[in-house]
Design a protein around this ligand. Structure first.
Ligand code: ADP
Length: 300
């Protein structure tokens, strides 16, 4: 099973503070954590840890952050041949998080905004031979839209995590095989506050299937013939960073193993639940064995 991820790669700098700084205030952080992130790379790492062969199509700058991101890839068996080296800074996210878990985040997209369609097209062969192409929206919208058109024309299953949510051209929805928003993104795309109404609206707009992630409540699947809600696992959540990205890796890895949708949703909920019990982003994403072990212990 192979997935091509077309998306963002960031270096995250997380400063742990007692309280978030007010305007003009300087706060001394008690800890600085540096970790690889970006929704694209997080989803690539999740897929790889869960047993999927991954090609990451992305961009980094010729700087220390870029080198560090590339240096981390072999650990997760992700190749770097489809990662463009561009003349800008690598994407950076500056995160402050207080003792209650509230945060502020400033992102400099840098190289991610230089991920152009010419570069994506040079991996047409990889896209054609993949089971899934997975995209998020931390790269230029043009590239997302054209990549969806390309993957669709090649007959590869198109999966979109519309995060952060931006209005998409209406003609693109019928080319999306599976769209996976969280509740906020669903509302932004559909104007609906009700999850069921929102999911149905995405189908009306043309998406073939929808999975809405519902935080601790689990997830909802909707296509034109069925509607399935799978409750989340009760866990002691400490940090929800990357839960949605890990969930997508879980869902697609299970669907790629030809598991039925309900089993795949349970597997994805387990991946998301494990991720929220661990601090940090990528480092909290579990391996296939860890998820199987969790499911066994939960009798699921
Ligand atoms: P995002 O992080 O993108 O906002 P969600 O918060 O909906 O996405 O979380 C994604 C998935 O992670 C959920 O569908 C669920 O499976 C799992 N998850 C998230 N938060 C919790 C939690 N507190 N307890 C158990 N599972 C969780």
């Amino acid at each position: 099973m192979k997935a091509v991820v077309i998306g963002s790669m960031n270096m995250d700098y997380t400063m742990v503070v007692d309280h978030l700084p007010a305007r003009g205030e300087t706060v001394t952080a008690v800890r600085l954590r540096t970790s690889a992130g970006g929704k694209g790379l997080n989803q690539a790492v999740a897929l790889a840890r869960l047993g999927v062969e991954v090609v990451m199509v992305g961009a980094v700058g010729d700087d220390a952050s870029g080198k560090a991101l590339l240096g981390n890839l072999p650990k997760d068996h992700i190749p770097d041949f489809a990662i463009k080296k561009v003349d800008d800074s690598t994407g950076n996210a500056f995160i402050t998080v207080d003792s209650q878990g509230h945060n502020t985040i400033v992102v400099y997209p840098g190289a991610n905004y230089k991920l152009d369609m010419g570069w994506v097209e040079s991996f047409k062969g990889e896209i054609a031979s993949a089971d899934f192409v997975v995209m998020q929206m931390e790269i230029p919208l043009d590239t997302v839209v054209s990549s969806i058109e390309l993957a669709h024309s090649l007959g590869t299953t198109v999966v979109l995590n519309p995060a952060p949510a931006l209005p998409l051209p209406p003609e693109i929805y019928p080319m999306i095989d599976l769209i996976v928003p969280n509740e906020t993104e669903l509302t932004l795309l559909t104007g609906q506050n009700d999850v069921l109404e929102g999911a149905r609206k995405l189908l009306e707009m043309g998406a073939k299937a929808v999975v809405v992630t519902l935080g601790s409540s689990g997830c909802l699947y909707e296509d034109t013939s069925q509607e399935i809600l799978v409750e989340g696992f009760k866990v002691n959540a400490v940090d929800s960073t990357a839960a949605g990205d890990a969930f997508i890796g879980g869902l697609l890895s299970a669907l790629g193993r030809r598991e039925d949708i309900r089993t795949a949703m349970t597997f994805a909920n387990a991946v998301g639940a494990i991720t929220v019990t661990r601090p940090g982003a990528q480092e909290s994403i579990p391996t296939y064995e860890e998820v199987k072990d969790f499911l066994r212990r939960r009798g699921a």
